[in-house]
Design a protein around this ligand. Sequence first.
Ligand code: ADP
Length: 410
Amino acid sequence: MTTPPAPVPSRVLVLNSGSSSVKYQLLDMGDGARLAVGLVERIGERTSRLVHTPGDGGEPRERTEPIADHEAALKAVAEELAADGLGLDSPELAAIGHRVVHGGLKFTAPTVVDDEVLAEIERLVPVAPLHNPANVVGIRTARALRPDLPQVAVFDTAFHTTMPESAARYAIDVETADAHRIRRYGFHGTSHAYVSRETAKLLGKDPAEVNVIVLHLGNGASASAVAGGRCVDTSMGLTPLEGLVMGTRSGDVDPAVTFHLKRVAGMSTDEIDVLLNKKSGLVGLCGDNDMREIRRRIDEGDERARLAFEIYVHRLKKYIGAYYAVLGRVDAVAFTAGVGENAAFVREAAIAGLEELGLVVDGELNAERSSRARIVSPVYARVAVAVVPTDEELEIARQTFDLVSANSLA
Ligand code: ADP
């Protein structure tokens, strides 16, 4: 009697560890199935909560119990997966893919985590104090649970490491900049990579032939200029504060605003940090950061909401124009993330008046609600306007799986 062949591991668990939360997805890279999706939030508080949804659109299960730390959170996730026969001990699990926010200049591609890699991610904490510590804890915990399994770090900054020095350097004293690793790194790279590739697919072209401006408009927001599949500029910088107007972040401001707040308003560095990161952007301008609410208020004649919207759109337009000039030729402008995918009125306002650049939206196509990637410009338009739902988890799983598959063949 012959024993059946052992299953080829094709599943990837994707972990996105934040300071008080862990988001996760289990994907099968063989057939593309999403086997589980979940979230643990308020880790370390008495009101922690785990919501686990099996399969594509299964019935969600909720656990409300104090979850003390990331280790307890991952153990709870492992239990939920095991309850559906998808435990971390499954031989079909090929790897765990971790979202890591900051990879500095060193990590230009997904990387299998060893002690040295983990130490380097920790060395980057000073440039990503809000994100990298949680990412490190997530990796450590997962390694302890499955020390034999490849753990892969997928960096938010990696896609942007192709930016030329002319785009990545700030025009400040070179020695000071280098001593403190001050340069423009960019973030949301996994999304920009995925969306630019999917946009090329939508146009029926090879990514190497296509120039795309990607507008990732979520609560955090960033734009990128992608030439032939490589990022040549992006709007976020040393930190995710630079660039577009966001939900709670200011985006671009004159750096002298910070000296002014210190010298004239007597604010501390930490207070200014909170002001620009948490109390600015749409929330600072009108008190709301949800575009649906802003739209509702505008419809009721609220002037503050209207002005906030106009400032948001003005900045967006400036970046479209700037990246058009950087790229020279543009094949598509792709909108993605919560606002980009859902707010037709934002897309319409951002593209309005850009006919001379070949940019137009078709009112009807743009107003259609759909979760599919689609073109919303008329067929005659010189430049396509696309709506491309982002899928950072799928991209992390793909990059993780490709790396471990290549390593196992080597
Ligand atoms: P995050 O940056 O937290 O991942 P998302 O990409 O999920 O954010 O985007 C969240 C934002 O998307 C919300 O704050 C809201 O402004 C916007 N949004 C979500 N759904 C809609 C909608 N139907 N219409 C307009 N805006 C929406």
